[in-house]
Design a protein around this ligand. Structure first.
Ligand code: ADP
Ligand code: AMP
Length: 216
């Protein structure tokens, strides 16, 4: 079964996708994490993606769609997957429909994590991430056990370059213009589940898993 985490940048998609991945034993696939890995490894794709990411813009659809096609065709996705940060445009959503049809994997639920814009800036300012395993923390709301160190793999935590306030404002605008229409797209397909993302991390996880159980 396929799941998608939808929501504004900083809504908590990655945080909740990780929890769901542990609960359902299916892979968490973050296109942002994949791009950041390519940037770290200085691949051609990484160099191209960085130009857009640093400005808070979306990477062109064709690059992202090719990447996700390859990823979903891998063996570990056969039983299901959780997409985080993909799709982000209607063109990507339509391409995903085609890919899943070819792979014969149904899309079960699209989880829309709802958080108002005012809360996003503080979330992004305090976000710290692990470049090694993708762990995500917040200095105040979800701190690691040891300051600056990832709980899961003990690597150092960093602040993402695109979490500066100016870039976050741009990313929010891009979300409203290009990604928000996906809410209606999946509402029409009757697979949208909206959760209140303003509650604590644990409460959002609990509410989401309960609601998914009810819709099973
Ligand atoms: P996204 O993947 O949607 O960009 P993240 O999962 O990275 O968002 O979360 C953004 C920031 O907000 C992180 O610092 C994370 O620790 C924090 N965060 C996530 N969920 C919550 C929550 N329910 N309450 C408070 N902070 C949260
Ligand atoms: P994220 O880690 O999901 O916040 O993504 C970080 C950045 O990666 C975004 O601001 C985009 O520049 C790029 N990106 C990630 N996923 C996509 C996508 N599906 N389509 C276009 N760009 C993406």
């Amino acid at each position: 079964m396929g799941y998608i985490m939808l929501g504004a940048p900083g809504a908590g998609k990655g945080t909740q996708a990780m929890a769901l991945s542990k609960e359902f034993h299916i892979p968490h696939i973050s296109t942002g994490d994949i791009f950041r890995m390519h940037i770290q490894q200085q691949t051609d794709l990484g160099k191209k993606a960085k130009e857009y990411m640093d400005q808070g813009l979306l990477v062109p659809d064709e690059l992202v769609v090719d990447l996700i096609k390859d990823r979903l065709a891998q063996e570990d996705c056969k039983e299901g997957f959780i997409l985080d940060g993909f799709p982000r445009t209607i063109v990507q959503a339509e391409a995903l429909d085609e890919v899943l049809q070819e792979l014969n994997i149904p899309l079960k639920t699209v989880i829309n994590v709802e958080v108002p814009d005012e809360k996003i800036i503080t979330r992004m300012a305090g976000r710290r991430v692990c470049n090694h395993c993708g762990g995500t923390y917040h200095m105040k709301y979800n701190p690691p056990k040891k300051e600056g160190i990832c709980d899961q793999c003990q690597s150092s935590l960093i602040q993402r370059k695109d979490d500066q306030e100016e870039t976050v404002q741009k990313r929010l605008q891009v979300y409203h213009d290009q990604t928000k229409p996906l809410i209606q797209y999946y509402k029409d397909k009757k697979i949208l589940l909206t959760v209140d993302g303003t509650k604590s991390v644990e409460t959002v996880t609990k509410n989401m898993i309960e609601a998914l159980g009810e819709s099973a």
